[in-house]
Design a protein. Structure first.
Length: 328
């Protein structure tokens, strides 16, 4: 029985942190046995906000591929490729730009949000405005049925559905209207208690040395009410406890929560339990990362094979698109 296709990608705009791991990458690994999964490094997307200094993209692309594999993506089960090496993404993006109303792009929720978030950058470019259009091309080029997203991201997928529908109406029924594959994206707090983000410099990165990870966790903020070990606290106010909910067992969560409320456990001991459990997740990733860093040929071979496979599918789609639009 033919598997339904899933498509997702990540920008090569910096190092991946544990928020990316538990929020998306672990789910990619989980579904690679169930679906025909295509996962890519979105290096062109990195230019939409980072065009002024693209020097980081090459190293970031390599690190992203390493993390894909270290987290458990298997090139025998899924297709891993690099966006810019499949030029059909750009061709379809151009053709879709001919039929997409400007107003559709301007109303995308993240358009104004990101402009506010990145005020220090000049984002008055078509590349930034057209980000959802390139994203649409990425998805429908492979005629993917599903895109793994959280519930809050479903509105962002709607423009891709509308553009696919408009193309099918104007020319020929070629594209699927991509559907959300709803997944749980837990909020991961950073070491300062805010959402984990490269922007806030509060992240624990997959590429961090074990000693660095331990130091970051040891110095995390806790419930401000617990100044002394004998002070009682509220675990729900502690960012450390929020990470326990992700990395620790239910029994350990109950233990540290009760200890916090009764002052039966100190913050240092609470963090030791968390460090142990974070390391359980990270240690196989560190081992695989080290192996790939010392064997770059493996990485190149996987990227080459995945890109060749993706390009074949993309070219088949573009043949249909060109014919439908009267291009030869």
């Amino acid at each position: 029985m033919k598997k339904e296709r899933v498509l997702s990608g990540m920008q090569s705009s910096g190092k991946l942190h544990i928020g990316n791991l538990v929020g998306a990458l672990s789910n990619w690994v989980k579904i690679q046995d169930t679906y025909d999964c295509y996962y890519f490094v979105a290096d062109w997307h990195s230019l939409t906000t980072g065009y002024a200094d693209p020097s980081y993209i090459k190293d970031s692309t390599k690190d992203l591929l390493i993390n894909f594999l270290a987290a458990g993506l298997d090139p025998e089960k899924c297709t891993i490729f690099i966006q810019s090496r499949v030029r059909e993404h750009a061709e379809l993006h151009l053709l879709l730009s001919m039929i997409t109303p400007l107003g559709w792009l301007e109303r995308v929720p993240t358009y104004k949000e990101k402009q506010q978030e990145l005020k220090e950058r000049d984002l008055s470019t078509y590349g930034f405005l057209g980000y959802p259009l390139l994203q649409t091309a990425d998805i429908i080029l492979y005629r993917a049925k599903y895109v793994p997203v959280g519930i809050d991201q479903v509105p962002h997928l709607e423009i891709s559905r509308e553009i696919a529908r408009r193309f099918n109406y104007l020319y020929k029924e070629i594209f699927l209207e991509p559907e959300a594959l709803l997944t749980e994206f837990p909020k991961v707090v950073g070491v300062d208690g805010r959402k984990m983000s490269k922007t806030y410099e509060n992240a624990i990165y997959l590429s961090d040395d074990p000693k660095v990870v331990e130091q970051k966790l040891r110095t995390m903020v806790t419930d401000p009410a617990r100044v002394k070990k004998t002070d009682k606290g509220d675990p729900e106010l502690s960012p450390v406890y929020q990470l326990h909910k992700i990395f620790s067992s239910k029994e350990e969560q109950d233990e540290v929560a009760a200890g916090c409320r009764t002052a039966g456990i100190g913050c240092i001991d609470c963090k030791k339990i968390l460090i142990k459990n974070v390391f359980k997740v990270m240690e196989p990733i560190w081992t695989k990362r080290n192996e790939l860093l010392h064997n770059p040929d493996i990485l190149h071979d996987i990227a080459d094979r995945g890109t060749a496979k993706a390009k074949k599918v993309a070219e088949e789609t573009m043949q249909l698109v060109r014919e439908a639009m009267g291009l030869y």
